[in-house]
Design a protein around this ligand. Structure first.
Ligand SMILES: *[C@@H]1O[C@H](CO)[C@@H](O)[C@H](O)[C@H]1NC(C)=O
Ligand SMILES: *[C@@H]1O[C@H](CO)[C@@H](O)[C@H](O)[C@H]1NC(C)=O
Ligand SMILES: *[C@@H]1O[C@H](CO)[C@@H](O)[C@H](O)[C@H]1NC(C)=O
Ligand SMILES: [Zn+2]
Length: 438
């Protein structure tokens, strides 16, 4: 069970080895990603008037900076908290413009390259790749996560089964980890996916944490035993495998898939706008260079098609769909694409309310909860709405920590508290399912 145990103590002599060597193909520099974020900033602004919104959108279009929050420029309106990653060479132009237009901003991250390097606990690097003492408090590369899945598949045959449901655009297998006591009898199931958006690394870390915690506590925790005896969990630790890999090797802030476009040089589709539910309507972009590009047609992305096919095949027994994103600290349920109340609102709202309360009981962290359209923003073609429309009665999307201090660069030190509290919420939702509420 070493794979499930605590990491080896971190006192092992710190190797002042550049971890770039472990992470990227480019050797010879001592900065990850070839130091490409040196001098970049992340700022936060909240436009107060229509004029400020208009002015900001103009400069945004001119400079094409990277929007962290919200996910599309179309969502920026009066009062929208807007986090923007500004490349070093655009910094002066943009900040001078904002000052001239009297748009107030605060600097969230002064030097993004330093923040990228601080995201990782350097002293645990030696542990990062070791398979015998798996460390759940660091971020893992795609290769590591896949080896981990193989290992669990081999060492936990009574509770784990790993299989592939297809291949990504670049040909990588799309692995699912099925968790639960194997049984011929009919069992309900819970679907969990992480890493639809490549740069949201805390997602895959949570999926791994969930599997470990479930396997470790199966014997000792009656609630966990009940869940694994009565349910299967289908866990997809990395949905967008190509994008996740790319976010390790080339661009830490990559969001989309990696598919090519026949007419534009821009690559990738937003895998959370590519589903056949009000596809490519409000809150999605038809332009291939945008971060919320909906794709050429619904399910154009092989990753989305594979998961949609799997869920269609299993829709009778999948009772809950849970998708893990970051960052905002929210627990969202349908609808995203319209302002309307779902038919089983009562049951879903109670489950969400209890889940965020359970989450808060761990470290006092507050999550907002509610229909995505009202709590976050309108978005069409996403997986949660699709799951709900296809007969899965409990569909949720988590936006994990934080609220902008680190954004996508949540330090590894915060993996444990984030996952511990999220675990309480997921267990709470799952136990709710096993009771009577349609
Ligand atoms: C900043 O540099 C990038 C890459 O070197 C380039 O593509 C972009 O056009 C530059 N932007 C500005 C505003 O100079
Ligand atoms: C998981 O283990 C089963 C049983 O040993 C095996 O048939 C299957 O191929 C394994 N899955 C993977 C992805 O290796
Ligand atoms: C779910 O969370 C609520 C609110 O914190 C708590 O009262 C309840 O006991 C939890 N249920 C389970 C089964 O954990
Ligand atoms: Zn996301």
């Amino acid at each position: 069970m070493k794979f499930l145990g605590k990491p080896r103590s971190h006192t092992a002599a710190f190797l002042p080895l550049c971890w770039l060597l472990l992470k990227t193909l480019q050797s010879g520099h001592c900065h990850p990603y070839g130091n490409r974020y040196a001098g970049d900033k992340v700022i936060r602004l909240t436009p107060r008037t229509e004029e400020e919104v208009f002015a900001f959108k103009n400069i945004y279009r001119r400079l094409q900076v990277d929007l962290w929050q919200p996910s599309s420029i179309s969502y920026v309106s009066e009062g929208t908290v807007t986090d923007v990653h500004i490349p070093q060479n655009a910094s002066r132009t943009l900040l001078t413009f904002l000052q001239g237009a009297r748009i107030q901003y605060t600097v969230l991250i002064e030097d993004l390259q330093k923040a990228v390097e601080n995201e990782n606990n350097l002293q645990t690097q030696r542990n990062r790749r070791s398979l015998s003492e798996y460390n759940y408090e660091v971020y893992h590369s795609l290769e590591d996560i896949q080896s981990w899945m193989y290992h669990l598949n081999q060492t936990q045959p009574s509770l784990v089964q790993v299989f592939s449901i297809g291949r990504s655009y670049e040909g990588r297998p799309l692995f699912i980890l099925q968790l639960g006591r194997k049984s011929r009898a009919y069992k309900k199931a819970v679907w969990i996916d992480c890493g639809i958006h490549a740069r949201e690394w805390i997602g895959p870390a949570f999926c791994q944490w969930f599997a470990r915690e479930a396997l470790l506590t199966y014997k000792t925790d009656p609630a966990m035993r009940k869940m694994l005896n009565h349910l299967y969990f289908y866990i997809m630790p990395v949905f967008n495998v190509d994008g996740y890999h790319f976010s390790w090797t080339h661009d830490r802030f990559w969001r989309k898939t990696r598919s090519r476009n026949s007419r534009f040089h821009c690559r990738g589709v937003d895998a959370n706008r590519n589903w056949k539910v009000k596809w490519c309507d409000e809150g999605a972009s038809a332009h291939p260079c945008d971060d919320t590009y909906c794709g050429p047609f619904p399910e154009s992305e092989p990753e989305v098609k594979a998961v949609a096919d799997f869920l269609r095949q299993h829709r009778k027994h999948v009772r809950a769909y849970l998708s893990f994103h970051a960052y905002a600290q929210m627990l969202l349920y349908p609808y995203s694409y319209k302002h309307a109340t779902i038919p089983n609102f009562g049951c879903v709202e109670i489950a969400a309310h209890k889940a965020v309360k359970a989450l808060r009981s761990a470290h006092g962290i507050r999550y907002r909860h509610g229909p995505a359209s009202q709590t976050l923003y309108i978005s069409s073609g996403n997986s949660m709405d699709w799951a709900y429309k296809n007969g899965i009665p409990y569909a949720f999307a988590f936006e994990l920590r934080d609220t902008g201090q680190f954004g996508f660069l949540l330090p590894e030190m915060l993996i444990k508290p984030t996952c511990t509290e999220t675990m309480l919420a997921v267990k709470n939702i799952t136990l709710h399912l096993l009771k009577k509420c349609p």
